[in-house]
Design a protein around this ligand. Structure first.
Ligand code: NAP
Length: 257
């Protein structure tokens, strides 16, 4: 639930924000007072998300951005600066999974694509946007990892995706010193099983759902809004001495590496 206008006057970029967790994060940051630039690969989805959030009275704009495309990232940044005059918050949320099965059977191109979208594009977004956040006197960055970056038992058939998500936890830590010099805090969230389109196959069918929740101590999947609240906290002054951390939002699933 929104806690008021803690981000009044701030500008946030949230990638992959036309559905699911990204849309919930965009909505929450806007409810908390930020101007939010929404984006994803498909214009239709961007238009629908912008219409939905504007109809709720929120300050959002939208643009197409496939995070692995340099030109798209450049346009995302340029349009945000043109529209709102600066950037204070980046949430890097885009990810892909190209392979479901034993890890050694993944193709080289499948492996490369997972790491290109999930890890490299995240790094490049931080590299390209951090100087603009610094120009505003500092701000906050949040990366979206996954419980799959910690727990390879429950999600054993998505090993490349999980490995890329483990690397994002490391990337968060590796970026801390330089970001601190720029007065930027960088943190990460690791959602567990959240009810979105990405894993609809696991929760839409009641039998499959009952089976999957057996291993979750809280006995349910999470909602996208339960991730968005944590991102809002991490970007806020309430988290002013927190950087380099990963918060697991997984209803009690094991998260030891
Ligand atoms: P989702 O509901 O399927 O939504 C995915 C969003 O990403 C859509 O807006 C999609 O729009 C966009 N997108 C996909 N590829 C993109 C790309 N290359 N560049 C830009 N946008 C792209 O997914 P979700 O479940 O919310 O997942 C969001 C993040 O949470 C991901 O990083 C995922 O790994 C992580 N996560 C999810 C769960 C879960 O249980 N759902 C658990 C742990 C972590 P377009 O089709 O228009 O591009």
């Amino acid at each position: 639930m929104s806690t008021g206008k803690r981000f009044q006057g701030k500008v946030a970029i949230v990638t992959a924000s036309t559905e699911g967790i990204g849309l919930a994060i965009a909505k929450r940051l806007a409810q908390d007072g930020a101007h939010v630039m929404i984006s994803s690969r498909k214009q239709k989805k961007v238009d629908a998300a912008v219409d939905q959030l504007r109809s709720e009275g929120l300050s959002v704009s939208g643009i197409v951005c496939h995070v692995a495309k340099e030109e798209h990232r450049r346009t995302l940044i340029k349009e945000t600066l043109n529209k709102y005059g600066g950037i204070d918050i980046l949430v890097s949320n885009a990810a892909t999974n190209t392979h479901y099965g034993p890890l050694l059977s993944i193709s080289e191109s499948g492996w490369d694509k997972v790491f290109e979208v999930n890890l490299k594009a995240t790094f490049l977004l931080v590299k390209e946007i951090a100087p603009y956040i610094e120009k505003r006197g500092g701000g906050s960055i949040v990366l979206v990892s996954s419980i799959a970056g910690f727990n390879f038992d429950i999600l054993q058939f998505i090993g490349a995706y999980g490995t890329s998500k483990t690397a994002m936890i490391g990337l968060t830590k590796a970026l801390v010193p330089q970001c601190a010099q720029m007065n930027i805090r960088i943190n990460c969230i690791a959602p567990g099983l959240i009810k979105t389109k990405m894993n609809a196959g696991l929760w839409k069918n009641p039998d499959t759902y009952e089976e999957r929740i057996k291993g979750i101590p809280m006995n349910r999947f999470g909602q996208p809004s339960e991730c968005a609240g944590v991102v809002s906290f991490l970007c806020s002054e309430d988290a002013s001495y927190i950087t380099g951390e990963t918060i697991v939002i997984a209803g009690g699933l094991s998260s030891r590496l």
